[in-house]
Design a protein around this ligand. Sequence first.
Ligand SMILES: [Zn+2]
Length: 354
Amino acid sequence: MPQPLLFYSAQFLEHQTAGHPESPDRLRHILNTLDQADLFSRLPRKEPDPIDLALLYRLHDPEYVHMLERFSREAGEVGQRIDEDTVVSTGTYPAALKAAGAAVDMTRAILDGPYTTAFSLVRPPGHHAMPTHTMGFCMFNNVALAALYALEVMGLKRVLILDWDAHHGNATEHMFYQDPRVLFVSWHQHLNWPGTGAVTDMGVGAGYGYNVNIPLPRGSDNGDYLTSFETLVTPLAARFQPELILVSAGYDAHHADLLSHMGLNATGFSLLTEQVMKLADRHCSGRAGFILEGGYHTHALALSVLGSFQTLMQEQAVPVKEPFMSPTPVVTHETLHELLAQISQLQPLLRSHL
Ligand SMILES: [Zn+2]
């Protein structure tokens, strides 16, 4: 049976956030659920190293990194707000270095083999972390650092980043907006925080066409995500021919999550993971790395991550009792179809004559 390599450190629990939804309990619930499903003990695991500072400085301003280190050291065990949404405590800076290190170590392990798939169960998350400041619970952009490492240290030419977190991966978009070596695809709830991620934001210069936003309507469910995957992402990947797929795996598009109004469930995340693996098998010898982003309903998060692991391990999903389904608006097929048609028409990589 195939096995994903798990990157995890107990240090991720030391990033205390004073009652914030991005809490250590998120990881505790995931680990307990993997254990109860008898998966955890069978997963090969690695303790990540802190990220190399020279690599970190390629994407994050050294002054910002020094400021975060100082703020973290002085913030105390409980934590203090560093921006309107993000809490930093004494354990934050070491945890953030290890979270970014996990993404990088994971990438090296996948490219070196023998494991072709891996999952970094990390916090703090990363896809909102900008070059010079924290944002949206994020300190360092874990997935962007992993992609940069694959390109500049491991010598790859093309990396596909898929971001299915319910919020737009604005910082990842920002970091590769002019870079055709990274095809970035973000699904997100239309106009949810941070409000960016428009269909027409497609990159600039050489990067034009290599940034794809799929701002789904509120209430989009398993079928809507899968339709958009098959309609847009499958042909895009065929054009781009990625050598590695990285996934910003946020689980806050689950219908029970209070930080978005989407309609996925654990089965949906399992099916999305299956689609990623099909692309990876087709284009890059099965090489795919997953990095945890959001997901704030701890029970829904744990079940959804379990769904991803069951797919990666090709295990039969055990039926799970999902959290209560709050009514979400139903997306009409016309709305979704119009959105996907609009993206297809705009997207230069999908125009057949190119
Ligand atoms: Zn999110």
